[in-house]
Design a protein around this ligand. Structure first.
Ligand code: HMH
Length: 221
């Protein structure tokens, strides 16, 4: 079995769930301009909580890269991500203020709690770097693909949501996702079969959690 392009192989194999995560009705409603702004505000408040849990997860990946990686440049990619998260948390706060969302009073919904708990389980030192970096790539790639869709020619994304879409849909973020994908592919190409299976299962769980996360905003309408 050719293992070097494992991510691409898995994307083909799991196309349906990947599409479910990247072309969710909530995202499609942003793209066609019919988005319910209450749903958007729900997403905003919930994602702020998620990103606060995501930062320590990324820190745990940094530790694994430092300990386990065979390529020292991995660390720079992960570090740059941590730096962006600092900016992102500030952005969430100012964006929430703009929309009148009391960020300190947002209560995490069940899907968010479950996803954050899953992230926490991946922070364990028992989880291999290869598994963690695969999850990391998938988490970022879903947002990149989703929000890039809202910026495509012909999309009717409301002007007040375009900045949000550009955060994750811009080319720089796309290149950063490609860097993560390259790292994941390199690692997956030289990993034993049992770790490979764990990485695939973890990837599928990320995609499922992402679908549930989008579902949350829709349920709030
Ligand atoms: C739920 N998935 C979720 N939130 C995010 N901010 C990202 C992925 C991308 O960082």
């Amino acid at each position: 079995v050719e293992k070097s392009g494992m991510i691409d192989t898995w994307m083909r194999k799991h196309r349906l769930i990947y599409t479910g995560a990247t072309k969710h009705p909530f995202i499609l409603s942003i793209r066609d301009g019919t988005v319910d702004l209450e749903a958007f505000k729900t997403w905003l408040g919930q994602d702020y909580i998620f990103v606060r849990a995501f930062a320590p997860f990324v820190a745990s990946v940094l530790i694994k890269a430092w300990k386990e990686s065979d390529d020292s440049s991995d660390m720079e990619v992960i570090l740059s991500s941590m730096a962006s998260l600092n900016d992102e948390i500030a952005w969430f706060k100012s964006e929430a203020a703009k929309w009148g969302v009391q960020i300190s009073e947002v209560v995490p919904q069940k899907a968010n709690q479950d996803y954050c708990r899953f992230l926490e389980s991946l922070m364990s030192p028992d989880v291999e770097y290869t598994v963690a970096i695969t999850a990391f790539w998938a988490i970022e790639a879903v947002y990149q693909a989703s929000f890039a869709l809202c910026l495509e020619d012909g999309s009717k994304t409301p002007a007040e949501l375009r900045e949000t879409c550009r955060r994750w849909g811009n080319d720089g973020f796309g290149q950063y996702c490609n860097s993560l994908q390259k790292i994941a592919n390199r690692r997956l190409g030289k990993t034993p079969d049992d770790v490979l299976t764990k990485a695939e299962v973890t990837l599928l769980r990320v995609l499922e959690y992402e679908v549930e996360f989008w579902n949350m905003s829709q349920g709030a309408a």
